[in-house]
Design a protein around this ligand. Structure first.
Ligand SMILES: Nc1ncnc2c1ncn2[C@@H]1O[C@H](COP(=O)(O)OP(=O)(O)OP(=O)(O)O)[C@@H](O)[C@H]1O
Ligand SMILES: [Mg+2]
Length: 225
C-alpha cells in the first residue's frame, strides 16, 4: 500500500510546527514506518538538522513551483515510504499558487494527504487555516492545539468557531502536549533526536520525555493512517 503523506503546517511562525514534526518522526519511526522526511523550511531547516542524518531527507523550497514538482516526483518514485513534510512559516502563499501540483499528483498516486495544522490561541491561526482549506481540498486536516501556548480553554476563538465545525466534518481537534523547556531546548538547540535525548538523559529528564512521547503517541494514533 502506498505510504501516507503527512504535512505538518500552521503557516504562523513559532506555533510549534517543528516540534510536532520531530515528535511525529519519532512516533512513525518507532512503529517501523519507512520514512522520507521533506524539510521545506529553507531558512531554518531544524527538523532536517535533527533527523537528516538518520532518515532520508529531501530539502525543498515550496515557495517555488520547482519545489512542488520535485516533491510530486519524489512521492511517485518512493510510493512505499511514509512522507513527513515540515513546512515553514508563511507557507500559505506557496500552497495557494502551486498546491494543486500536489493535490492532483496525490490523487493519481492514490496517496493520502493528512495535514496536521498546529495552532496557538490567536486569531490569525484560524484565518490562515481557512485559506489553506480553500486551496487544499484533498485529504484530511486535523487541528492540534499546541498546549505550549496555554491550556485548552485559552483556545476559545478556535473552540467556538465555524472553522472547527468544518474541520470536524472529516478531521479531529486534538491537544498537542507541552514538554519541559530543557527537553525542547535539546531538540532545538543541541539538535538531538528524541531517541538521543531519551538515551542520554538523567532519570528525571527521561521520565519527562517518556511522558511527553507517550502523550504524543495518543495524539498521533488518532490521525496517522
Ligand atoms: N509542545 C511544546 N512543548 C515545549 N516547547 C514547545 C512546544 N511547542 C513549541 N515549543 C517551543 O516553542 C519554540 C517554537 O517552536 P517550533 O520551532 O516548533 O515552532 P515552529 O512553528 O516550527 O516555528 P517556525 O515558524 O520558526 O518554524 C521552540 O523553540 C520550543 O521551545
Ligand atoms: Mg519550524
Amino acid at each position: 500500500m502506498a505510504g501516507a503523506v503527512l504535512m505538518v503546517s500552521g503557516s504562523k511562525g513559532g506555533v510549534g510546527k517543528s516540534t510536532v514534526c520531530m515528535s511525529l518522526v519519532h512516533y512513525e519511526q518507532k512503529r517501523g514506518r519507512d520514512l522520507l522526511l521533506i524539510e521545506a523550511d529553507t531558512a531554518n531547516p531544524d527538523v532536517g538538522k535533527v533527523y537528516g542524518k538518520s532518515i532520508e531527507t529531501l530539502y525543498l523550497n515550496l515557495d517555488e513551483k520547482e519545489g512542488w514538482m520535485d516533491l510530486a516526483n519524489r512521492l511517485a518514485e518512493q510510493p512505499e515510504k511514509t512522507a513527513i513534510i515540515n513546512t515553514p512559516a508563511r507557507s500559505g502563499e506557496g500552497v495557494k499558487l502551486y498546491g494543486t501540483l500536489l493535490s492532483e499528483s496525490l490523487e493519481e498516486l492514490h496517496r493520502e494527504l493528512v495535514t496536521l495544522w498546529i495552532i496557538n490561541s490567536q486569531r490569525d491561526s484560524l484565518q490562515l487555516l481557512k485559506e489553506y482549506l480553500d486551496c487544499m481540498p484533498v485529504g484530511t486536516t486535523h487541528v492540534l492545539r499546541n498546549l505550549y501556548h496555554g491550556p485548552e480553554r485559552k483556545f476559545e476563538l478556535y473552540n467556538g468557531s465555524k472553522i472547527r465545525e468544518t474541520i470536524e466534518v472529516k478531521g479531529k481537534t486534538l491537544n498537542f502536549p507541552d514538554v519541559a523547556d530543557r527537553i525542547s531546548d535539546q531538540l532545538h538547540s543541541d539538535r538531538s533526536t528524541i531517541e538521543a535525548v531519551i538515551a542520554n538523559a538523567p532519570l528525571g529528564n527521561r521520565a519527562e520525555v517518556n511522558r511527553w512521547v507517550k502523550e504524543c503517541a495518543t495524539v498521533f494514533e488518532q490521525v496517522a493512517p
